[in-house]
Design a protein. Structure first.
Length: 301
């Protein structure tokens, strides 16, 4: 039986953009699920034009396991556009891709899940279509998080690559993680989504302001934004971080050490370049080839 996503569509009699908002693409990312559940109540009856489709938990198979992935072990964020006749994750990716293709605007909410923490950010791909790119920039900035990150548009398998292929302006957002449910993250996500809906005219109110001091970094180098390949560990074991989320590091600084059970073969993972730690592996158990940290390197101007 094909996967059917549990969603709610809210609308207005007046025509306008169709905005898709999703959470739970990974099954262990709690803040998006809570924020979208709250939006279901807050938006009902308030839209002055257009429609909003809300999906609190896209990856129900993963959520049922309390894990990043469903039982087939596939990462939904690397499986799009999926297959209607495939495994559970492939079917879920196919159903999600169909929803993205029907939207005019897409907001995909994430966190670091149970194993990572991510500095709050709004990201987008550096789309070759100037109209789409400019709208994505505006969306990411008015969402209101402290970091805005534009990256390589050529990465495939993602929800945003589906949006890219359909010329749907899209952003993704990250806010902490590490297995917690941060109330400030839920609040930021509700506020950010409402900011975008207001900016698009679906909600009444003045145009939202871009926060003072917001940092914008755009990096079009190949694989920029591919967090899973940044500072991987060559061995699995017990990871002890030497830095904190948000720290600034220089080339060669120690990010952390991976130990075997007896501590006889420690492996130090050092920063390959200077920048800010925007993702940190906070779960002590780590597998080989897993990224221990993402260091945001600002490209030369």
């Amino acid at each position: 039986m094909p996967v059917t996503l549990k969603l709610q569509r809210l609308g207005s009699p007046q025509p306008g953009p169709h905005v898709l908002i999703t959470g739970g693409v990974h099954g262990d990312e709690w803040e998006p699920m809570a924020a979208i559940r709250r939006l279901l109540t807050r938006l009902d009856g308030r839209l002055q034009k257009g429609q909003v489709t809300l999906i609190p938990i896209v990856n129900e198979g993963a959520f049922a396991r309390g894990a990043r992935t469903a039982e087939d072990g596939l990462d939904l964020a690397r499986t799009c556009p999926g297959r209607e006749d495939g495994s559970l994750t492939e079917q879920t990716a196919h159903a999600l891709s169909a929803q993205i293709a029907q939207a005019n605007v897409y907001i995909d909410l994430h966190t670091g899940g149970t194993r990572l923490q991510v500095l709050p950010l709004a990201g987008y791909v550096l789309h070759p279509n100037t109209r789409v790119l400019e709208q994505q920039r505006r969306m990411a900035q008015v969402f209101g998080l402290p970091l805005v990150w534009g990256t390589d548009w050529r990465l495939n398998g993602r929800s945003l690559s589906v949006a890219r292929d359909h010329n749907v302006p899209a952003i993704y957002c990250e806010y902490l993680g590490g297995g917690q449910l941060a109330p400030e993250g839920v609040d930021a996500y509700v506020r950010g989504c409402e900011n975008i809906l207001t900016d698009l005219g679906l909600l009444p109110g003045p145009a939202p302001q871009v926060p003072a001091g917001q940092r914008v970094v755009e990096d079009d180098r190949p694989s920029a934004g591919h967090m899973q390949i940044n500072h991987p560990t060559p061995q699995g074991g017990f990871f002890e971080a030497a830095v904190k989320l948000g720290d600034h590091v220089a080339t060669g600084d120690l990010l952390g050490t991976v130990y075997d059970p007896l501590g006889r073969t420690p492996v130090e993972i050092c920063a390959r370049y200077s920048g800010q730690v925007i993702v940190l592996h906070t779960y002590a158990r780590i597998e080989p080839d897993t990224s221990v940290a993402v260091v945001l390197e600002e490209p030369a101007q």
